[in-house]
Design a protein around this ligand. Structure first.
Ligand code: FAD
Length: 281
């Protein structure tokens, strides 16, 4: 497989000084793989936002490309404008633009209701300064009225000026291929990069997947459950399943991969090694 396959890696902002130190070590290991960029998630209406800024600027200070996630839910236009200015002045060139999800108890829904409105706002405020990534859902967003509505919502983000998309993670190859074909039929030509979730702990993944609408296929679930507490077998089987999925996606022409690192180096490195994505020189 070509070492030219572009890939990116996602982090969440660490909560503590210890977490920040661990993330620095993780990042140093992952930077050796030469990803295209590191993205950093952002909590809508939450207290972690300042940590996103800190992490983004720290990555940038290390000479690596940092792509902040930015959500619009719960925010005013003025607040969003202020963040865009901050990033623009700091020389950030890429943003992952999202609607986000409001934490329970946060009342103000915000002035921009959906991600397409955020993309439009970014373009109006900052022209072509940012490369804008948006989210895509091969298994459809859990709140979508229908698959067709979700597809049209995705198209609105593209029409508003998104350059590229990153998908929610999935383990059904056919869902991605079908979604890509549907996008083709609608004349959507931007790259749709599969989001890849390494499998480290199956029980955690199962809980998380329920919430975000990603399906864990029955055959996988039964095999993982049969491993019980045998974490070595879970990791080994998880690596087999996910690396095979990535290889098939790339063989099918996926334009790159985006790894949800969960702030750990080893699972992403193991996948990249299996896929031949580790730089040789
Ligand atoms: P949208 O594209 O706005 O879609 C949200 C829902 O609204 C969909 O069901 C869509 O079909 C529907 N919809 C869109 N337009 C309309 C309309 N006009 N009328 C009615 N319905 C409509 N969350 C975070 O909080 N922080 C992060 O950093 C973060 N990073 C992410 C990164 C990736 C790659 C992905 C895939 C998701 C990420 N998320 C993050 C989760 C994301 O915020 C949630 O999935 C959220 O619920 C939807 O965001 P969106 O940008 O896809 O929204």
């Amino acid at each position: 497989m070509s070492t030219k396959t572009p890939f990116s890696i996602e982090f969440f902002p660490p909560q503590t000084a210890d977490g920040a130190e661990k993330l620095r070590a993780t990042r140093a290991k992952l930077a050796a793989l030469k990803p295209e960029f590191f993205s950093v998630t952002y909590g809508a209406g939450g207290s972690t936002q300042e940590r996103t800024f800190e992490t983004v600027f720290e990555i940038q200070g290390e000479g690596l490309e940092a792509a902040p996630h930015l959500s619009c839910i719960g925010a005013s236009r003025a607040q969003t404008r202020e963040i865009l200015t901050r990033y623009q002045e700091a020389g950030i060139r890429r943003i992952v633009a999202l609607r986000g999800d409001l934490p329970s108890g946060v009342g103000f829904a915000g002035e921009l209701r959906y991600a397409n409105e955020l993309v439009e706002f970014i373009r109006t405020e900052t022209g072509d300064h940012f490369q804008i990534e948006v989210a895509a859902y091969p298994e459809y967003h859990p709140q979508a009225k229908s698959p067709r509505d979700d597809l049209l919502a995705f198209k609105r983000k593209v029409d508003a000026g998104a350059n590229s998309a990153i998908t929610q993670y999935f383990y059904n190859l056919d869902a991605y291929l079908h979604f890509r074909d549907e996008c083709d039929a609608l004349g959507i030509t931007i790259p749709i990069v599969p989001g890849i979730m390494p499998i480290i702990s199956f029980s955690k993944l199962a809980r998380f997947s329920d919430a975000c609408g990603a399906e864990l296929p029955r055959w996988m679930r039964l095999k993982f459950e049969a491993f019980g507490d045998d974490s070595d077998s879970i990791k080994a089987f998880g690596l087999d399943v996910v690396s095979e999925l990535c290889a098939k996606l790339l063989a099918e022409g996926a334009p790159g991969l985006h790894f949800y690192s969960m702030n750990q180096a080893a699972p992403t490195i193991a996948l990249c090694e299996r896929l031949g994505l580790v730089p040789t020189a």
